[in-house]
Write a protein that binds this ligand. Structure first.
Ligand code: FES
Ligand code: FE
Length: 432
């Protein structure tokens, strides 16, 4: 067993007051907390891996990360999606360096060990020089034991006994369906993955997508002016914008304005959709709510924008840095020209240089850049908007609040701190 100093855990309950809405800035800056997140958040949560449309035939693969752990996702010979640690069992080289592709074998570039699609070690150059009891079966790839998907989204979990993905999503499925289930054929991703780096802790982005509508009129004022037909931007007072915000006990969150006619205005999908059919399929409340626009986070680091057709992961890269990986998601039966219009709309708004995307990244890196100062680090952040307003409103599933509130942020951090303070599967034997 490894020295205890590697796994010393900090009690985060004094840093996160999710009921009172106060967050200590050290949770964004401390290296030890970041390391604890790798063990107790990323090594035990359902993490987004890829979309099912990325795998058409056995051998198709995609490389990604779960937390900081490198992962190969591939379709095996039986057409099952499997995920492995992307690190050679010999001396640990990154086994597959391509972003995506198709292969029969993963062959290491260092000394040439080869692994098949089932992760088994198939060939070892100069194998006869190894001790007699060297057993290739013991040296297959480390497999992610739990891979499940929900309506096209594939997630992996290192905890083989984790609560199932669907159970974990719970009421969040209703909100996700407004994006994933508009089309009986489901969704697919277009093209490759857009990747960019941001200075800033991963939680700043994840939490904002779960909860923060408050920033929209201020941070995105100029973008909203560009998009508005009058060029004047938002007129309505924030408080007058009706909408709901959902926060789950598992840390997921979604926010959306509500509008009786739905509100796609200038967006390319507006012309395309048959709203009557959608109302029948998803129900009036979904069409007038989570389908209108909005953003959401599946805890911990998968977020999406249903109307912009953006799904993304905030990959942690140290306490101060994240890498954004974003896909363009479209309905499968859309005609090609609608898909393409949707792709362009996505790029214009939430691509790496999108008019909205750039505003958000700027705020997160500004928070991070100053938070290491000793005095600054001691001044807590405020998440008190709408405290106590969470309720079941009888229309939208689960606990929801007004649109402009920090309710889903408090839910996000409540779950984060619970996970951070609870031993994970890899600690269970030590605990017992
Ligand atoms: Fe992969 Fe040696 S590190 S074969
Ligand atoms: Fe934003």
């Amino acid at each position: 067993s490894r020295p205890e100093a590697f796994t010393q855990n900090i009690d985060v309950s004094t840093l996160v007051d999710s009921d009172g809405g106060l967050i200590d800035r050290s949770i964004y800056t401390e290296t030890s907390i970041y390391a604890q997140e790798q063990r107790r958040i990323f090594a035990r949560s359902w993490l987004f891996l890829a979309h099912t449309s990325q795998f058409k035939k056995p051998g198709d693969f995609f490389t990604t990360f779960m937390g900081e752990d490198p992962i190969i996702v591939t379709m095996d010979k039986t057409k099952t999606i499997r995920a492995y640690l992307n690190s050679c069992r010999h001396r640990g080289v990154r086994l597959c360096r391509a972003d995506a592709g198709a292969t029969k074998m993963f062959t290491c570039t260092y000394h040439g060990w080869s692994f098949d699609l089932a992760g088994a070690l198939q060939s070892v150059p100069n194998e006869k020089a190894y001790p007699e009891d060297f057993d290739r079966k013991q040296w297959g790839l480390i497999e992610v034991p739990n891979v499940q998907s929900y309506k096209g989204l594939i997630f992996g979990n290192w905890d083989k006994d984790a609560q199932s993905l669907e159970e974990n999503l719970g009421d969040m499925r209703y909100y996700m369906d407004a994006m994933l289930d508009r089309d009986p054929e489901g969704t697919e991703v277009m093209g490759g993955v857009m990747k960019w780096t941001l200075e800033g802790n991963w939680k700043l982005a994840a939490e904002q997508f779960a909860t923060d509508w408050y920033h929209v009129n201020m941070s995105h004022a100029s973008a909203l002016m560009v998009l508005s037909p009058t060029g004047r931007g938002p007129k309505a007072e924030i408080a007058a914008t009706p909408g709901r915000q959902f926060g789950s006990e598992n840390g997921h969150g979604a926010g959306f304005p509500t509008h009786p006619k739905s509100r796609f205005d200038a967006r390319p999908v507006h012309e395309y959709y048959d709203y009557e059919a959608l109302r029948e399929r998803l129900g009036d409340a979904a069409v007038e709510g989570p389908m209108t626009t909005g953003h959401a986070t599946v805890f911990p680091n998968f977020s999406y924008l249903p109307v912009n057709g953006s799904i993304r992961v905030w990959h942690p890269k140290g306490p101060d840095k994240m890498e954004v990986w974003a896909w363009v998601l479209v309905d499968k039966s859309m005609p090609d020209e609608v898909k393409d219009a949707q792709r362009l709309y996505n790029l214009r708004t939430f691509g790496p240089s999108g008019i909205f995307e750039a505003d958000d990244g700027e705020n997160w890196s500004e928070i991070q850049a100053i938070s290491h100062g000793f005095v600054t680090n001691n001044v807590p952040l405020n998440f008190q908007m709408g405290i106590g307003s969470e309720r079941n409103d009888g229309t939208y599933p689960g606990q929801t609040s007004e649109l402009y509130s920090d309710a889903a942020g408090r839910a996000f951090y409540r779950h984060w701190s619970k996970q951070m303070n609870t031993p994970a599967w890899h600690e269970r034997t030590e605990q017992a």
